[in-house]
Design a protein around this ligand. Sequence first.
Ligand SMILES: [Zn+2]
Length: 337
Amino acid sequence: MLLEDFLVKIGEKIPLQLACEWDNVGLLVEPMEKFQIKRIMLTNDLTEKVMDESIVKNVDLIIAYHPPIFRPFKSICQSNWKERIIAKCLVNKIAVYSPHTALDAIHGGINDWLLGPFKCSNIRPVEMSTQKPKFQYQIHLNDGEKQESFIFDQLKAMNIPAQINKSHGLIYCNGDILPIILDKINKQGTILSSITSCQKWPILREGMGRIGKLSEPITINQIVSTLKTNLGLDRIRLALADNHADDTMIHSIGVCAGSGSSILRQIRPSIDFFITGEMSHHEVLDAIHSGTSIALCEHSNTERGYIRNVLYDYFVENFSSLSISMSEVDRDPLQIV
Ligand SMILES: [Zn+2]
């Protein structure tokens, strides 16, 4: 399969425009034009051990959930482990693709999976993703049907990239076309009612973090036990809120895969329990003093199960002409001993 065809197909499942603005997602390493792929390997992190595994497996494309290139490189040298990995990718003709926060945001993505085992209603993202409008500006004419119709016909004849809504007297266009249209309107002496910039609009089921109301309240002990089963962990870290005990009934849960402090700040103290990978000591203190108990499962432990099970199955089902494998050496660097 051509890498470019793969990118089109995966883009339909995981739209990259849903990723956070600060993120670096998509195709990060492309060894050559018209690159053919046969073997794909999935990993949470592209460490040096994972890189060596991909070379042994003769992989053509690594799907690395976390982007291995984030800040710009000034060199690709052997003295830095991240640069060594990119050098190995290029020497061994291995492409790298990273979905990261786009995969957190999608409906049915990592955060939905993390909240999935808990029977919740009213599930919604904490930070809703937004859809960009097709055009930047809306021009509203207010000059009677005849005059407006004349302008609309003229614009149509010019064949410029603008959208016309005759019945409401509206023209939609981008900034580069706006002066041309305004010039036309001025020359005709048509009365302008307003020019407004088109706003992004929220997407209801997609975005960062998730919050849900438990259909039936459960105890903190039950949450911890369910969480360990879902993530396949023997131990997690638990911080009880000042007014909570192990058998306190919990009514609402928030989740954020990876590092969840910024998401928690937006919903505290409206939820009783929050699940994430990592938070600092002081962020945990803030949470428990405002009535939210915290479960910390270590950063990538809140992500890897989705990659290993849900995303892997998606690839096997939807890319049957390709060989799909999951890294066997990828793991969270931290362990509770
Ligand atoms: Zn992460």
